[in-house]
Design a protein around this ligand. Structure first.
Ligand SMILES: [Zn+2]
Length: 244
């Protein structure tokens, strides 16, 4: 793909769109093509990455997958440590971290929440625990201001969220996570960061939620789009849940 055309990383649930196909292992690429054309099911993809799978998507950048249904994580290696885009869910965070550590063992310097949904943010607690255990600084977490409002609402409506999530995913007795790791830095419209000479622009957007951040890595022409693009488009939100 020509460098002049932006590439999109659906950091969630699915996988990259039109992305660095030349870097994919042949088996991986073949499965991507079959899913894209509808010949393979998304469950096949989940089985393929079971246990957590990380692979390069560009120089010093990785995508980490644990399945199609919930948020994936992307990572950039910099001179100051790793930048992560999301942190995985309560259920996938350990697999995600293990897969990351098979590729890179440097400290996580920055985590960007693409939005406040629990399958994107909850794993940040695990990153804090890792930093404490290894004597590293805690990762700094950056998010849009509205993420704080969402976390507040999650706390105030914990019972409702447990019920709705249990119904949506057919898990009677499901208990919604609590004690969400709050961001250290919040912003309103755009926010530029430079981590070890990797320059990223964070921008606020509204789609599935009103707390979304998409991140443009201009030097590589890569967009980290969170849940703006999943296997359906547009992603206008989830059933029976407060969207905004
Ligand atoms: Zn979401």
């Amino acid at each position: 793909m020509p460098m002049s055309r932006p590439r999109t990383i659906a950091s969630l649930r699915f996988f990259e769109l039109h992305l660095h196909a030349e870097k994919m292992p042949a088996q991986n690429k073949e499965l991507f093509e079959r899913i894209w054309s509808g010949a393979a099911s998304l469950e096949e993809w989940t089985a393929f990455v079971a246990g957590g799978a990380a692979r390069p998507i560009a120089d010093n950048a990785f995508a980490i997958h644990t399945g199609y249904l919930f948020g994936n994580v992307s990572a950039i290696r910099t001179g100051e440590g790793l930048v992560l885009f999301d942190a995985g869910s309560r259920e996938t965070a350990a697999q995600t971290l293990a897969a990351l550590r098979r590729l890179d063992d440097s400290p996580v310097y920055t985590v960007i929440y693409t939005h406040g949904h629990i399958d994107h943010i909850w794993g940040a607690r695990l990153l804090d625990e890792e930093a404490r255990a290894r004597g590293w600084l805690q990762p700094r977490i950056i998010a849009h201001r509205n993420v704080l409002r969402h976390f507040q609402r999650y706390d105030e409506t914990h019972g409702l969220n447990s019920t709705v999530m249990g119904r949506q995913f057919n898990q009677p007795g499901y208990v919604f996570p609590s004690e969400h790791r709050r961001p250290d830095i919040i912003y309103d419209e755009t926010f530029d960061i430079d981590v070890g000479a990797v320059k990223l622009r964070l921008s606020h957007g509204r789609g599935e939620t009103d707390d979304a951040t998409f991140v443009w890595w201009a030097d590589k022409h890569i967009l980290f789009n969170g849940d703006f693009v999943i296997w359906v488009f547009p992603n206008a939100g989830n059933p029976r849940k407060v969207q905004r």
